[in-house]
Design a protein around this ligand. Sequence first.
Ligand code: ADP
Ligand code: MG
Length: 237
Amino acid sequence: MSISVIGANKRYGDFAALDDVSIDIPEGSLTSLLGPSGSGKSTLLRAIAGLDRLDSGTVRINGLDVSGASPQQRDIGFVFQHYAAFKHLTVRDNIAFGLKIRKRPKHEIKAKVDELLDIVGLTVFQKRYPAQLSGGQRQRMALARALAVDPKVLLLDEPFGALDAKVREDLRKWLRQLHDEVHVTTVLVTHDQQEALDVSDRIAVLNKGRIEQVGKPDDLYDRPDNVFVASFLGSVS
Ligand code: ADP
Ligand code: MG
């Protein structure tokens, strides 16, 4: 499903968290929202998810105006930096949770969870509890749980931000492979330039609630005229 945000505005008091933001996110792409802390990345993602209302502007999913729709109606999978797993449920049951709530047939749940455990490489850990997993394994479980209900759109807000550099790098590669397998339209929020460059088909650079530039990873370096993008990219190793 494609996503379009048209003329999005969101203010907190006098402060514009989103200042007339428009962006088209192509179906099946992995698009990163890249920018420094406070640039409006999470606000934009939450608006796409329907977790926050915009002051004005429109969100379309596959051309359909979803501005008044709840997150459930938008059919969106969401993964945050600090993932809240159900501590008392096993890995398997955490992944199955959304399917059980939707009262899918048992054989269907089993098949889907088996498939996802395999995809995220947690089959051997399926009987463990979240506390018995590493941080990286927990985020893989979170992704499997988000994907279990076949969302139209997958939204990730700094999903690897709390992890060690090496684990982050591994998960980045893994996310790219996962995306190539499931092809779900994905939006990744990150302040990590290397992460955005490594995983994305497209990168939107945000600054102070505005989109400075959108393009393929290679395009980002071809715009010496854009002072902010040059300085931001230059400032991150
Ligand atoms: P990012 O995810 O890029 O770090 P956010 O979208 O979270 O940035 O926030 C953008 C700006 O909006 C920040 O300056 C932040 O302080 C402000 N902001 C976000 N949410 C709220 C809120 N609930 N109340 C007041 N200000 C907020
Ligand atoms: Mg944020």
